[in-house]
Design a protein around this ligand. Structure first.
Ligand SMILES: Cc1cc2nc3c(=O)[nH]c(=O)nc-3n(C[C@H](O)[C@H](O)[C@H](O)COP(=O)(O)OP(=O)(O)OC[C@H]3O[C@@H](n4cnc5c(N)ncnc54)[C@H](O)[C@@H]3O)c2cc1C
Length: 426
């Protein structure tokens, strides 16, 4: 685990306040200082502990946590506005902001017990980016086919299984691990979430929790994506996050919290693309060919106009989706609105960054400019957190008012039997 190193930043720029404009100016000030070192984290494949400390000091980590638990109760809308600013400069830091404010921590704040909230909030506010652990080697898009099991044994659960592609594996302290839940006699109850705390720097190293292989990724290189292995891992029953409607519907409810993270992910893509767009816009005015600035060529002007329109539309969809949270008794953003927004923003962002890179010619292909890093980073966003295909299926289901089961049997895969061997470590 890295050490939190403070690097100097004009502290008068860091206004710790829930006022949306203050949050935005804080984010802009931080983004300015992050831009210079984004390449360094990419090249060294290292986690940006310096940025984390600054974001925590500025109150951006865990800002959506309600004030009762020490946060600021910032809305998802104001959060995504902050995320966009940070993502323009540093994708890695933007991902950390999203995951400390949306997703796992939101599920705990919404469905957890007071004891769980009081336990987790200070850890996040101090700078932790909780890991959300759903995906397994044989359960990607078909997440409900997960095989990780949690078997009740007295006052605790015993977890067995393997997750992979877990963002923050090895650096995150809090983990929300999704598993199939079984009672003491082995009857399946549904899918639940389990809070698992690991922090070797404070001597918290639960037995049976191993960090596995780290993926070597094309982009977002400073963020570890790892396997996690659970071998008879003991988790206190008080750390089980069971949504109000119980375990049978629990997974759907816990995944509702994920809708906020989807908006966050779409906004990171938007921010990276908006950053690339700004670089390209400035460059077109500076660079001369054929005796005049590139900005004077209509072929490039029209590209720029399409990029601008796409970014604007993506931002509207994302903000519209963020506004659905809190409406009609909903805690989290509407599922379809979040799917539409992430789908459109991620696909648009990839195109915008690609076009921005094109405008730089050879320079865009080299590492003197940030475009090649942005291009590698933004590519992920049609994959992680719900692929573009799965999001389209979800939107189509809503449009047609039809269930769209993807299994051949037509049943929801949550009914799939667990392999008996996974109830206990081998
Ligand atoms: C950088 C990164 C970070 C991630 N972080 C996390 C994390 O922190 N926690 C976590 O739990 N997971 C994480 N994931 C995993 C991510 O959620 C999965 O990659 C995603 O759900 C897709 O699963 P898969 O990769 O197994 O692809 P698969 O499900 O195997 O899909 C392969 C391809 O087939 C398509 N496909 C699959 N089913 C259908 C269908 N029914 N109809 C049409 N097309 C279909 C998919 O769209 C995809 O193009 C991360 C992934 C990445 C890349």
């Amino acid at each position: 685990m890295g050490i939190l190193v403070k690097t100097p930043l004009d502290s008068t720029l860091l206004t710790r306040s829930t006022h949306p404009e203050n949050l935005l100016s804080t984010a802009k000030a931080l983004a300015e200082s992050f831009a210079g070192r984004a390449a360094q984290f990419d090249q060294s494949r290292s986690y940006c502990w310096e940025n984390v400390q600054q974001m925590a000091d500025a109150g951006l980590m865990g800002m959506t946590i309600p004030s009762k638990w020490g946060g600021q109760g910032v809305s998802f809308l104001d959060t995504v506005r902050v995320v966009e600013e940070i993502a323009k400069a540093c994708t890695l830091s933007a991902r950390i902001i999203v995951e400390s404010n949306m997703g796992g921590i939101s599920a705990i704040m919404a469905y957890g017990t007071d004891e769980q909230r009081a336990y987790c909030a200070p850890i996040v506010l101090a700078g932790d980016k909780p890991a959300i652990c759903i995906t397994e080697p044989d359960a990607g898009s078909a997440a409900t086919e997960m095989q990780t099991s949690a078997r009740r044994n007295g006052d605790h659960y015993i977890l067995n299984g393997t997750k992979h592609w877990i963002t923050g594996g090895g650096v995150s302290k809090l983990h929300l691990v999704f598993a199939r839940v079984f009672d003491e006699v082995g009857s399946a109850l549904g899918i639940g979430g389990f809070i698992v705390h690991r922090d070797p720097t404070s001597g918290i190293e639960p037995a049976g929790f191993e960090i596995g292989r780290r993926e070597r990724t094309m982009g977002l290189c400073g963020m570890p994506e790892t396997e996690l292995h659970f071998k008879d891992l003991k988790v206190d029953a008080a750390m089980a996050v069971i949504p109000p409607s119980g375990l049978k519907r629990g997974f759907a409810e816990l995944m509702d919290a994920y809708n906020s993270q989807r908006i966050g992910a779409g906004t990171i893509a938007l921010g990276v693309a908006a950053g690339a767009f700004d670089h390209a816009r400035r460059y077109l005015k500076q660079r001369q060919q054929f005796g005049r600035p590139l900005a004077e060529f209509q072929g490039l002007q029209w590209m720029l106009a399409d990029m601008d329109t796409g970014l604007h539309a993506a931002r509207l969809l994302l903000h519209d989706a963020a506004r659905t949270a809190g409406r009609d008794g909903r805690i989290f953003p509407d599922k379809t609105a979040a799917a539409r927004a992430k789908l459109f923003a991620s696909e648009t962002a990839i195109k915008v960054v690609n076009d921005a890179l094109q405008m730089f010619g050879a320079r865009g292909f080299g590492d003197q400019e940030p475009l090649e890093r942005m291009y590698r980073d933004v590519r992920m966003f049609t994959i992680g957190g719900g692929t573009a295909q799965i999001l389209r299926t979800q939107i189509a289901g809503q449009v047609l008012d039809m269930k769209t089961p993807q299994t051949r049997s037509g049943y929801d895969s949550v009914e799939i039997e667990l392999k008996p061997s996974l109830l206990a470590a081998e």
